[in-house]
Design a protein around this ligand. Sequence first.
Ligand SMILES: [Zn+2]
Length: 433
Amino acid sequence: MPMLEKGQALKTTAGVRIVVEELLGEGGQGEVYRVDYNGEKKALKWYKPETLRDPILFYDNLKNNVAKGSPDRAFLWPEAVTEYSGGTFGYVMGLKPEGYYELSKILGSRKCNFVSFKAAAEACIRIVSAFRILHNNGYSYQDLNDGNFFINPQTGDVLISDNDNVAKNGTHTGILGKPRYMAPEIVNGKGSVLPDTQSDRYSLACILFLILFTNHPLEGSRWVMATCMTDEFAEKLYGKAPLFIFDPNDRGNAPVRNIQVGVLQRWIYMPEYLKSKFVAAFSQEALKNPGKRLRELDWLQVLVRFRSDIVRCVCGNEVFIQNAATTKCDACGKPVAITHTIGLPGYSITAAGGSRVYRCMLGTCNADEALRPVACVVTRKDKPGVMGFRNMSGLILNATTPSGKPKQIHPDEIIPFIPGIVIEAFEKKIELK
Ligand SMILES: [Zn+2]
């Protein structure tokens, strides 16, 4: 039986009236309703009183988060907290829009899976970017798992829900996290070690691996061979003896051939620079030492490169271009010819309509600046083969033409994409090739 009835009226702490319309879903901590909030359709999460370990602390934390406001549009942030009613309370947030699915559903079904790797890469970038903003604001999420994300599998756009456990790093709302997503130290601590930014980073890496490789990073042969998943076994797998399924130094938990086919295939065709980041993120050192985990900026640098390397073959298959060189399509066998590339410090990316250069691709930068666009490749509608290079940095960029002449590129100016042009941006060189 739902805890709230249709038509029931509630009040926020600010005195705004809420009218319950319909039960939308139920989770471990409570129920979610569609409500009318001051004339607007919103979602209301209503807590089961028995699930709140420290209701007063939790209530205060929610009110603090409402007062601070959302750190980014990606968060379905608490907008108002209700008064106590029947021994419990709830909070108001935005409704999930049409076309968005919970990540757990996307991972578990072909029907609403990502339409492309480009969309999956986009979702990863948005998730990392949102957590970068959250962490930079001094919060930790504390309960990061596959139920927190609503993703549009067509575009890769992400909305993050369940922000009620978000708290100032170092403050705890009583939640430890969801099994399979909790960092090893949280699993091992059994309540004595509490979630923080570093444990968020472990869960974040798990989510990224699940999206890109469709398998949990610690669920290899040990998991497949387990006859039954006892608490003791789960503790070993995710806590006491975690081992990455592609750990190059210990193959003891490698995926099982003929059973874990999907992840093995993906591992073969994904680019080395991406795989090496996951090897580092799930190395024994990073699993056991929270301070050694990859930071959001590390992920953004590799994910924006990855997204720029995904090109569609004429047969429709997506091909991962490595080192901006012509690559054979693994579906039809035809080479996907790369005619132009953009040379960046350390590597080159494919130049095609829509290719972008971000600040974090030009070397060390402030995390806030990471996704600042520097330039992009544009194509002419009437002549799709003709490419241009647009300055998106907001600054005047100095360039040198192939004949050695200096040239200034003004903000938003588009220059023809001519191989040999070298552009200086943020004290680094961008070379059109
Ligand atoms: Zn092909």
